[in-house]
Structure formats: C-alpha cells, structure tokens
Design a protein around this ligand. Structure first.
Ligand code: GDD
Ligand code: MG
Length: 330
C-alpha cells in the first residue's frame, strides 16, 4: 500500500526548534521523527511513501539523497505554498497519480497503530474514508469525532471550545482513503481536511472511524516532544534498531563505564570500569567489571564477566561466569 505523509507544516508551536528544521526532521532519541513514522509504516507492510512537503523540503531531500527512508522508497510532492491538509492530499495524490485506496498520515504523530486492522475495518465497512481514533482526556486540542453504531462518523469538529466536545475520541491522524475523496477537495486554494472535507463526509455518511488504544502521541508542542524522547528512554516505546543512543534501565548501575550507542542495559545490571561498543545487549542481572565488549555483543541473564575482552557479535550464554577471558568476534 502507498502512504501519503503530511510533513509540510511550519511547526510553529515548536519554535525555535523548527526555525531551520521541519518538525519531522527533529530527533527523537537521535533518530529523525520521519524515520520513526516511516519505519512504523514499513513494519506494517507499506511499500512506498509520498512526502507532502512544503516548509523546508530540502531538509528531507538532503538527509535522504538515495530516495529511501527507513528502508522504503519515497517520492515527494512539494507545494509552492501551503495548501492545508486536504489541499496537500489532493496535490500529492495528483502528483503521484494515486488511483487506488491509500493511507494518509499526520507526519508528527508517533503511534504503534495496527495499520492492517484499520485497512480491514475500512474495507469491511465499505467506507469512503476511515479515521483512526484515540481516547484522550482533553480533546479540545484535537479533531473530535462522534460516531454512531457501526463506526459511522456522525460529527467531526476540529478543536472545539474547551468543555464543548461531543466525545473524548479524537482524530489520531491516520486515515485510509479511497481516491474519490480527492475529488471532494476543491482546487486552487488552501483546504483543511479537518475543517471542510471530513465534516462534509460525516454529513454524507461515508466517513467511518475505528477506535484504537495503542501507544499514541502528537509531538507538536515542546512538552509532547520531550515526552516522545522520554517514552523511548524509559521503555514505554520500543526503540528503533538504528537508535544512536544507549538505553539504560533505571534499576541498572553504571559506574566509570562507556556504554556505546544503540546499546541496551537491562534491570539489575551492574557495569563497572568497562567499555561497551555499539549495539550491545546486556540482560537482566548481569555483572560486567573491568571488561571491554566490542560491537553487538549479547550478554545473557545473570552472567558475570570480569577482566574479559569480548569480540564483536559474541553471545555470552545466560548464567556463565568468565574471568580474565578473551573471546574472538563471531
Ligand atoms: N504538506 C502540508 N501542507 N502539510 C501540512 C500542511 C500543509 O499546508 N499543514 C499541516 N501539515 C502537516 C503538518 O506538518 C503535520 O504533520 C500534519 O499536517 C498535521 O498538522 P498539525 O499542525 O500538526 O495539526 P494539529 O496537530 O494541530 O491537528 C491535527 O492532528 C491531530 C492529531 O495529532 C488534526 O488532524 C487533528 O484533527 C488531529 O486530532
Ligand atoms: Mg500535530
């Protein structure tokens, strides 16, 4: 399936971070947000993405000069001026000649949404478009959606005044769309999908919505952006394999040691006077003292390494005790 990712906004609420960098190129634990978003799509079988660009398109093109992001190919549609969310979808769909059902995503949302389930829901309900929903405590900052029986959307209100929301289910920013939606979007002026197209479709009865309760975060404000980073650091969200930071469980003890990028240290681990190169994994309860571990070393649970030098890619079995040993790389 093809996915259009909306990444053309100005990121105003994140200034000055977005003064020179589009929001979706800001790093979440060292990895640009767009890689988290596209990486998630790739995991769910999306084969190609189209970036709907506006603000600072070069930031994306320069960062991914070989035409791939997170291992899948991408194309771009660059708006001469901001066309709004619906205008951007129309423009991208035309530029990319989309003739089959496609996905649309707000590029600033981090989620573990099951994309396949959303597409299946869309097909089963013979919807013209289907929105993923998320329940939140304060819906006023979002697009609020009221659904009837069977998931049909009865009302879509973008950012209603506080206390005036007809439901606490909000538009989670992932859509499945039939190409006919594109024909509903007027050309030649900015159009908002949330303020024009979705309310019209709700009235026509062709818009559906599926509730989901996975990890979900809109990263659009400084507080949310910080939260996105901490969610990864603190394990509320799985990290990407390419993440260039180490993750250390709060119940681990690290003293006088270097933990290489991409490494992961579990709970109740003790690392003392040791150096770990990149992408090592140290399992629960292991102790590493006065040792050097090369890249991608896996240390099993409860293992004890003392005065060891371990080559790259080695696996040290759980429960082993190695003292003053050298193990070549595998
Ligand atoms: N190409 C393009 N052109 N992209 C745009 C434009 C545009 O003119 N305007 C906004 N975007 C992109 C932004 O970069 C962002 O990725 C996405 O569209 C949504 O815009 P935001 O500015 O982040 O909207 P929001 O967070 O206030 O609200 C939206 O997201 C909520 C969920 O996170 C709405 O879709 C709400 O209904 C929704 O609840
Ligand atoms: Mg947003």
């Amino acid at each position: 399936m093809f996915a259009v990712v909306l990444v053309g906004g100005f990121g105003t609420r994140l200034r000055p971070l977005t003064e020179h960098t589009p929001k979706q190129m800001l790093p979440i634990c060292g990895v640009p947000m767009i890689e988290w978003v596209v990486g998630h799509l790739a995991e769910h079988g999306v084969q190609e993405v189209g970036l709907a660009l506006g603000y600072r398109p070069d930031a994306f093109l320069n960062a991914y000069p070989n035409g791939r992001i997170a291992d899948i190919p991408y194309r771009v549609a660059v708006e001469a001026e901001a066309l709004g969310t619906a205008g951007a979808i129309r423009f991208a769909a035309q530029e990319m000649q989309l003739e089959e059902t496609f996905l649309v995503l707000n590029g600033d949302v981090l989620t573990d949404l099951h994309i396949g389930a959303l597409v299946e829901f869309h097909d089963q309900h013979e919807a013209e478009a289907t929105i993923a929903l998320q329940a939140v405590s304060d819906p006023s900052r979002f697009g609020v959606v009221r659904t009837g029986d069977n998931g049909r959307v009865e009302e879509f209100i973008e950012k209603p005044p506080a206390g005036k929301s007809p439901s606490n289910h909000i538009n989670a920013g992932t859509y499945v769309m039939n190409p006919s939606v594109v024909d509903r979007i007027p050309e030649g002026r900015p159009v908002s999908i949330e303020r024009e197209t979705f309310p019209d479709m709700a009235e026509a009865g062709t818009l559906y919505a599926m509730q989901s309760d996975t990890y979900w975060l809109d990263t659009g404000t400084p507080g949310q952006f910080l939260e996105a980073n901490l969610d990864v650091l603190q394990g509320r969200r799985k990290n990407r394999p390419s993440m260039p930071l180490a993750t250390v469980h709060p119940a681990a003890q690290i003293e006088e040691s270097v933990i290489g990028t991409g490494s992961h240290i579990d709970a109740e681990v003790m690392v003392k006077r040791s150096v770990l190169f990149t992408d090592c994994h140290v399992s629960r309860g292991a102790t590493i003292v006065d040792s050097v571990l090369s890249d991608e070393v896996y240390v099993g649970e409860g293992t004890r390494l003392e005065g060891c030098v371990i080559g790259s890619g080695q696996r040290i079995e759980a429960g082993a005790t190695l003292i003053d040993q050298k193990r070549p790389g595998s």
